[in-house]
Design a protein around this ligand. Structure first.
Ligand code: 13P
Ligand code: SF4
Length: 304
């Protein structure tokens, strides 16, 4: 505790010196959420990164998030606590594979989940997040859509549209391992609990949910609900804000494996070191950034 207090103090000093803002995803460790200027889901974080007038953005999340911040606000210096914090789902699609699929479906428009690399975004018509995916699909003037990379989110949104969706086979290791069995046994133990899951979970798990949404959506739903007990099907980091928002409610995480090891690579000490040394810094080649920016800007124009 003593050590963390010292680190927090140093971080605040550095933040002032650098004119920096600290952005953090809800899956970050509580010690990071405690010091963040803004905590959000992927959509909120992209919006905040674009709007900030700070000189430096310390982005606490995974690599594609820092990259999106840099693309949306290229004048800023974007640093991250640890460059090893990637997203395995984002790595499941590459430019070569996507170009092949585009050649096979020349009339389709590409929708990429924000969980993709900058060069995949550069090959994309519009990005989306889990909070605006349905609206993004409807905003497109094409009946055929190539969807990358999350098959589970793709399946979820395909239920709400008549458009033909060609869905890539990627998935999130953390959410995809949650099983029907996990949910059913907890429902039996807690018959009054509502089931709340992220759409990166498998379709058969999503089918059991009372609410499906992004991390911000999940937090809002639990905060506003008159229910007292919830079975949560998203990453364990959300526990911090759920309990802070609603100290009188009970949150039962659906599996002990709902931990994203990539998000957990970051810690408070690495945040201090990053601001101290101004690295690791995110760079995106200008030609890629310009193309990727167009797909991100289109996404930001569609409300969550
Ligand atoms: P959201 O915060 O947008 O719901 O995304 C979840 C996620 O998996 C981020 O990697
Ligand atoms: Fe990627 Fe899943 Fe981790 Fe999000 S929770 S960063 S989608 S691996």
């Amino acid at each position: 505790a003593q050590r963390n207090a010292e680190l927090r103090e140093r971080l605040m000093q550095l933040k002032k010196e650098r004119n920096a803002i600290i952005l953090a995803h809800f899956y970050q460790r509580p010690e990071i959420q405690e010091v963040a200027d803004y905590i959000g889901d992927s959509f909120g974080l992209a919006q905040k990164a674009k709007e900030t007038d700070a000189d430096v953005i310390l982005f606490c999340g995974v690599h594609f998030m820092g990259e999106s911040a840099k693309i949306l606000n290229p004048q800023k210096t974007v640093i991250i606590p640890d460059e090893r914090a990637g997203c395995p789902m984002a790595d499941m699609v590459n430019v070569e594979g996507l170009r092949k699929l585009k050649a096979q479906h020349p009339n389709a428009k590409v929708v990429a989940y924000i969980n993709t690399s900058a060069d995949v975004k550069a090959e994309t018509y519009i990005c989306c997040t889990s909070s605006n995916a349905k609206r993004v699909i409807e905003s497109i003037d094409s009946d055929e859509i190539i969807w990358v990379p999350d098959k589970n989110l793709g399946h979820y949104v395909s239920q709400f549209t008549d458009k033909k969706m060609i869905i890539w086979e990627g998935y999130c290791n953390t959410h995809d391992q949650l099983s029907v069995q996990d949910i059913m046994s907890l429902k039996a133990q807690h018959p009054n609990a509502l089931v709340v899951v992220h759409p990166e979970c498998r379709p058969e798990v999503v089918a059991l949910a009372d609410y499906v949404g992004s991390t911000t959506g999940i937090l809002k739903y639990c905060r506003e609900s008159s229910h007292k007990e919830f079975i949560i099907g998203t990453e364990d980091g959300t526990r911090y804000m759920l309990e802070k928002d609603s100290p009188d409610k009970t949150f039962i995480f659906a599996s002990k494996y709902l931990v994203c090891p990539n998000m957990k690579v970051n810690n408070l000490k690495k945040c201090v070191e990053a601001l101290e040394n101004m690295k690791p810094e995110i760079y995106v080649p200008e030609d890629i950034a310009d193309k990727a920016r167009a797909s991100l800007e289109r996404m930001l124009a569609v409300a969550p």
